[in-house]
Design a protein around this ligand. Structure first.
Ligand code: NCD
Length: 333
């Protein structure tokens, strides 16, 4: 028993280095991270608190903290990605894992292999984690039912993108020192946005006042059911906002025309300095990226380090993914 405790770096670290909250009862033994919906505040804060411990370490020269040495992470991405895939790779490597990036374009998926067959093939090689991005909502959950390892949703269709919401929350918490009571406005293509859905669930759970804003064509049916306030006018919704989160137009998910023209879209729903002036004086601007400059957000505003925390979001992405991997490993030793 003693020998096992000594050999298990997770256990050793738990005792000596970090004072991590135990997993909330109903979330103990969660094998996967499929979405934010259903998570409670202690479960979310546990990941955010652990992510905090990685931020300074990631800024140091020696970024390695190999507590998951010997384990394997497979990044299985059926959609393009820059930030999410790179940060999962860095997170895994900094924790000492072997990380494989499966490029679906060069895989047997091209030869017609189904999602389930791909999942079972990878599972046969005994990975410990698979991070999956897929264009269909629900595909990641389906895959998780076929494998023995932990599955992390890296974005499934319009459904959820839990690690994005966690990194957004970490970024907000570090800049505003709280989330409870903040006025957060999420504006853009709410209809197709998994980022919006995960953020609404998370921010509401942590006590923020959330408003979603979109043109009627880019708002889901029954938007109130998401649990946020609903507006169709950015100039109205943004008044006194502490955080303005802009979303990309997800053209790859659109069939047909959802907006009259880019010019009109930017005029009403794009963020510029004139609209931002209506928000709180210290309001901060966020965007999950990739940005369409001049479409969702004015280019100089996106680059203004006094107002825009877009690159901080990217930085927090690595720390959050390290924390997610560690928490899943801790709960499923
Ligand atoms: C988001 C995604 O893929 O859902 N991007 C990301 O993960 N950074 C948002 C987007 O692509 O618009």
């Amino acid at each position: 028993m003693v020998r096992i405790a000594r050999l298990n770096p997770l256990r050793r670290r738990k005792k000596t280095e970090i004072k991590l909250l135990p997993a909330p009862k109903e979330q103990r033994n969660r094998r996967h991270l499929l979405g934010i919906e259903g998570m409670n505040a202690p479960g979310i804060n546990r990941i955010l608190d652990l992510a905090e411990t990685y931020i300074e370490r990631n800024r140091a020269q020696d970024k390695k903290h190999a507590i998951l040495r010997g384990r394997t992470l497979i990044n299985l991405f059926f959609e393009d990605s820059t930030r999410t895939r790179t940060s999962f790779e860095l997170a895994g490597k900094r924790l000492g894992m072997d990380v494989i990036n499966m490029s679906v374009g060069n895989s047997a998926v091209k030869k017609g292999e189904t999602l389930i067959d791909t999942a079972m093939t990878l599972n046969a090689m005994h990975p410990d984690f698979i991070a999956v991005r897929h264009p269909e909502s629900g595909a990641v959950q389906l895959l998780s039912e076929k494998v023995n390892c932990s599955v992390i949703n890296a974005g499934d269709g319009w459904h959820e993108h839990p690690t994005q919401a966690l990194l957004d929350a970490l970024t907000i918490r570090r800049h505003k020192k709280r989330i409870d009571g903040l006025k957060v406005v999420i504006c853009g293509d709410i209809l197709h946005s998994r980022v919006a859905r995960s953020n609404i669930f998370l921010l509401k759970t942590l006590g923020a006042d959330v408003t979603i804003v979109a043109p009627p064509t880019l708002m889901p049916a029954c938007p109130e059911s998401l649990g946020a306030k609903v507006s169709y006018h950015l100039r109205e919704a943004i008044v006194d906002a502490d955080i303005v989160m802009m979303l990309r137009l997800q053209r790859e998910r659109m069939e047909g025309s959802y907006i009259p023209s880019i010019r009109e879209y930017f005029h009403f729903w794009g963020l510029d300095r004139e609209k931002l002036a209506l928000a709180a004086d210290d309001a901060l601007v966020m965007h999950p990226g990739p940005i369409n400059r001049g479409v969702e957000i004015d280019s100089t505003l996106a680059d203004d380090i006094h107002r825009s925390i877009i690159l901080k979001q990217v930085e927090m992405g690595v720390a959050v993914r390290q924390a997610v991997l560690e928490v899943l490993a801790m709960d499923n030793p």
